[in-house]
Design a protein around this ligand. Structure first.
Ligand SMILES: Cc1cc2nc3c(=O)[nH]c(=O)nc-3n(C[C@H](O)[C@H](O)[C@H](O)COP(=O)(O)O)c2cc1C
Length: 243
């Protein structure tokens, strides 16, 4: 009796664990919710009848393969899948430590000849955020985020041998590192290319010779669930050996 009732609870908890896993992108690494299901699994596996326990335990362990491992290291593939453009944010400040750690991911990005032309202005002041969002085609959600990363380049506009300029590519790579590191921290971001560079420069006192490549609001997402991605099919974008 005890066994069957616990087994039933086991299955319903299993469902919750799977659901939690699907929603896991918003969870903070190292938080008790990351550790909790693992403990539940071990306890359940000890109670459920031996004939059921093996396969159920295998499934439970598989279900517990959280996107975030305890201790803060997240699988890169899971972060890529969980990242989405967040256009609605909670009114909740980001801890300095979290923000620094996300920006550090940008600092560690690769760049052409290791030029590292990226410079980041962090705007947390509410009035300034509102002014910047006005300069970003009035996309109000930009100002609602806890901070805006204004991604600049201190650049001599050097071009690579292939003809491409280094700075927009390098700043974009750094920003992409930032988006993925943000996911690991339960934070959301959105690339913003629709902004008036001249106006944003005026608002922030950015010197003329500096370019602004992109804006990136960052904050806790109002809806942390993982969204389906609308993308071209693989065959349409990948060719082998020749065009
Ligand atoms: C260079 C660039 C500029 C973008 N500019 C904007 C923008 O101004 N406003 C906006 O809401 N989204 C902007 N986006 C977000 C895209 O719309 C979004 O990445 C795309 O629709 C795919 O959706 P996902 O990011 O949720 O996967 C931009 C994305 C990139 C990469």
């Amino acid at each position: 009796m005890i066994h069957s009732s616990l087994a039933w609870h086991g299955f319903s908890l299993y469902g919750e664990v799977v659901n939690a896993r699907l929603k896991g992108a918003s969870r903070h690494p190292g938080s008790p919710t990351c550790l909790g299901p693992g403990i539940i699994h071990v306890v359940l596996s000890l109670w459920i009848s031996p004939s059921m326990s093996r396969s159920l335990l295998v499934n439970l362990i598989a279900a517990n393969k959280e996107p975030f491992s305890v201790g803060g290291i997240m699988n890169v593939t899971d972060a890529i899948k969980a990242r989405k453009s967040v256009r609605s944010y909670l009114d909740k400040a980001i801890e300095d430590e979290e923000l620094v750690s996300v920006l550090e991911a940008g600092r560690l990005a690769p760049s052409a000849s290791n030029r590292q032309e990226w410079r980041f202005i962090i705007v947390r002041d509410k009035t300034m955020r509102k002014r910047i969002s006005d300069a970003a085609s009035r996309q109000s959600f930009v100002g609602d985020a806890s901070a805006i990363i204004v991604a600049c380049a201190e650049t001599d506009e050097h071009a690579m041998m292939c003809g491409q300029q280094c700075y927009p590519i390098d700043v974009a790579i750094a920003l992409d590192h930032i988006t993925l590191a943000a996911v690991e921290k339960g934070l959301g971001t959105c690339w913003i290319g629709a902004f008036n560079e001249k106006q944003v420069k005026e608002i922030l006192g950015v010197p003329n010779e500096i370019r602004i490549v992109g804006l990136m609001p960052i904050g806790y997402p109002a809806d942390p669930s993982i969204s389906e991605k609308t993308r071209l099919p693989f065959d349409r974008i990948v060719k082998y050996e020749h065009w």
